[in-house]
Design a protein. Structure first.
Length: 419
């Protein structure tokens, strides 16, 4: 009896530790997207202060994406090499300090340096998140855990437009960068203090693969490229929306700096629900008897269809109605990408999860860079937001079809322990 009670206590402690990990990664992801979005929300103030054009602003966004694309691949290798705990903790410290450095910039070039450093730190977040769920969460908890974590960017995108414009108006734009960066440093202390007792639940040990043969195998694996390009098609829409949506409400619906926050927050509130719904949808479909292959692909298709009406946002008479249409698209994006993260942990061997996730992030940042620059060109030449919204509406069905053609049948990468 005493032994049984000890075993039950150990299981409960392990479960509490795992749930604590989800909470920490959730808030780390919130902070990442808060730091990313501050610049976009302060665009009206900063372009007045520094005389920026739409193309200057686009270059700032593409510098971030380019730096992310270059560094995220190496970050995936580092996560596989040094482990989630060390890699993620150091990364958050770097990006938090870089976020604070924006407050001291006085030229476009100085903003670019701060932005690039921010992206280098944040490049670790994606590979670390997916690797952590694959390594520390059993299969039946992964989808829900990923769904909760995938809702974090939306919470960050909700809180940021509600808080940052007010901080900028009351205390100046520099205070907004200092405040958000300091929150990250507090998180770092909590992370290292709370993750010391994590235990892996996967049979496969966490040892990095190395050597030419392994890289040849990884690059020749259809699963690698299916995930990479599916994520690339989805991410280009997300980066475009995250960077340009505040400007859209300013230009198209003529909202001022203090008025932008409400519609932006509404859109991302809907986005948060997409990740949560996706996290619950997959295990529900499995319980109803669908195979992993059918459950994942049906989920992806449903979310891909939901984003089709997004160009209608540009025809709405009200900013709030447009926010609902855009919110539905962001709901669909988060639901779709949560499935991509989930199937990555399903079909990719644990020792390669960080690297494959990083490769998909590289591709997503490159396509995101292209969309950001495309938007700057389209706005400058008078085409407006229409071309980007049409591309966005079709991207997810294209990605789903491509993934199915690449991998007609999903198969689990490894056997899990029962929890």
């Amino acid at each position: 009896m005493a032994l049984e009670m000890q075993m039950n206590a150990g299981i409960k402690h392990s479960r509490r530790t795992r749930y604590g990990l989800i909470v920490l990664i959730f808030f780390g992801t919130v902070l990442a997207y808060v730091d990313r979005q501050v610049l976009a929300l302060l665009k009206p103030t900063l372009e007045t202060t520094f005389g920026w054009s739409d193309e200057d602003f686009a270059h700032l966004g593409s510098a971030f994406s380019l730096a992310m694309a270059i560094s995220v691949f190496f970050s995936g290798v580092l996560v596989d090499r040094f482990g989630v705990r060390r890699a993620y903790g150091v990364a958050v410290a770097i990006w938090s300090l870089a976020g604070m450095a924006h407050a001291f910039a006085s030229s476009v070039s100085q903003f670019v340096v701060a932005r690039v450093t921010l992206s280098v730190g944040e490049s670790v977040a994606g590979p670390a998140t997916v690797k952590a769920t694959a390594q520390y969460l059993p299969l039946r908890e992964r989808s829900i855990g990923l769904g909760v974590i995938a809702s974090a960017p939306s919470l960050g995108a909700i809180l940021t437009p509600l808080a940052i414009p007010l901080i900028a108006v009351w205390f100046g734009w520099q205070a907004a960068f200092l405040f958000t960066g300091s929150l990250g440093l507090v998180w770092v202390v909590a992370w290292f203090a709370s993750t010391r007792s994590l235990k892996t639940v996967a049979h496969q040990a966490e040892h990095p693969e190395a050597g030419e043969a392994v890289w040849k195998e990884l690059l020749s694996d259809r699963k690698t490229w299916a995930i990479v390009w599916t994520k690339a098609l989805a991410d280009m829409v997300w980066w475009f929306m995250l960077f340009w949506i505040p400007d859209l409400f300013s230009k198209v619906f003529h909202l001022g700096q203090a008025e932008i926050g409400g519609p932006v927050a509404l859109s991302y509130a809907m986005a948060a629900m997409g990740a949560l719904v996706s996290g619950m949808l997959f295990p529900t479909l499995i319980r109803r008897g669908l195979s992993m292959n059918a459950a994942r692909k049906l989920s992806m298709t449903l979310f891909a269809v939901l984003i089709l009406p997004v160009p209608l946002a540009l025809q709405m008479a009200s900013a709030w109605t447009a926010a609902v249409v855009i919110g539905l698209a962001l709901f669909a994006h988060n639901g779709f990408v949560t499935n991509v993260f989930g199937l990555t942990t399903d079909i990719v061997p644990l020792k390669r999860v960080g690297t494959v996730t990083a490769m998909s992030s590289v591709a997503g940042n490159i396509t995101g860079l292209a969309m950001i620059e495309f938007a700057g060109w389209s706005l400058t030449t008078g085409f407006g937001y229409w071309p980007m919204f049409v591309v966005s509406s079709l991207a997810y069905l294209t990605a789903t079809a491509f993934f199915h053609l690449m991998i007609p049948q999903l198969e689990m990468a490894e056997t899990e322990e029962a929890f």
